[in-house]
Design a protein around this ligand. Sequence first.
Ligand code: WQD
Length: 338
Amino acid sequence: MKKILVTGGTGFIGSHTVVELHNAGYEPILIDNFSNSERSVLQGIKNITNKDFSFYEADCNDPNTFQSIFREHKIEGVIHFAAYKAVGESVKVPLKYYNNNINSLINLLESMLKFEVNNLVFSSSCTVYGQPDSLPVTEDAPIKKAESPYGNTKQICEEIIVDTCAANASLHAISLRYFNPIGAHPSAEIGELPLGIPGNLVPFITQTAAGIREKLTVFGNDYHTPDGSCIRDYIHVVDLAKAHVKAFELLDKKTAGFYDFFNIGTGKGSTVLEVVKGFEKVTGKNLNYWVGPRRPGDVEKVYAAVDKSSKELDWKTELDLETALIDAWRWEQRLQQK
Ligand code: WQD
């Protein structure tokens, strides 16, 4: 069984990807330092898969982390999720983000080259596009000046991978540029675990519906969109996880020095108010919200062109926004029972 190392394996997207790797017949090996997740996620993964995957509580910035794992396991490839991802925080403490997000990748690449681990899937983000000039945004769209140090670390990491693949014919890599991951596993055994006050829309919605937050603020309704609120491409986290399996299958077929990148979204844009109304519809709950001022740094509208990922990754989303909202709500209710 092919072993795939998953850094950030107990994180929101990492944990769902571990499940889909298992479902596809791979053996995931997990690393996490719990800086943005909890040990209980391992039990959630086991409740779904009935497996105790090898897990290493370790820091991806520690050079020994990867060397010891690559000595112990024959690793076919790595999915690198481990990174800090809070846009707002990255503005306040940029060096924390540059240090962690970039050094962990460099550390990983050096170890992969040393141990001849040749396949990498990198967790990137649509923030590299900023506010695209045209929509839906294709992979040919220009990379724009990052709106935050977080987004900049994603751009810099992609460039580091491009150059490393160009210099090392043995290394094959794919960057997946996520749009807005939402939802949870339908079993409600794993899901998003926002630490503190959620910055992202859907966990704030579910916490408001659960009575943890008093009300949701919709950040602006004076944008040039059908109802004035921002547009995003909300993708079910299980669909997103499956894209990583497809990326490995593509890498398996590739020859030396291969690098490519793909937009991973639904291809459909939804406004914030559509998400709110959708949540109320699928849950039957009235959400307490008000429309406040715009949030600095928000782009007005962004959603993915999905032609390249559907053609070349042989992947497209299967789950819709309402399913993601139902799954997110089911997970929130499960969290409240814990
Ligand atoms: C979505 C929309 C907000 C909260 C960020 C990162 C991206 C990725 C996903 C890491 C926006 C509005 C939100 C709220 C609101 N993260 N909103 N009230 O900003 O599109 O993307 O998270 O990889 O890289 O940039 O996601 O969920 O924060 O916001 O009105 O309480 O919801 O203004 O229009 P975003 P988000």
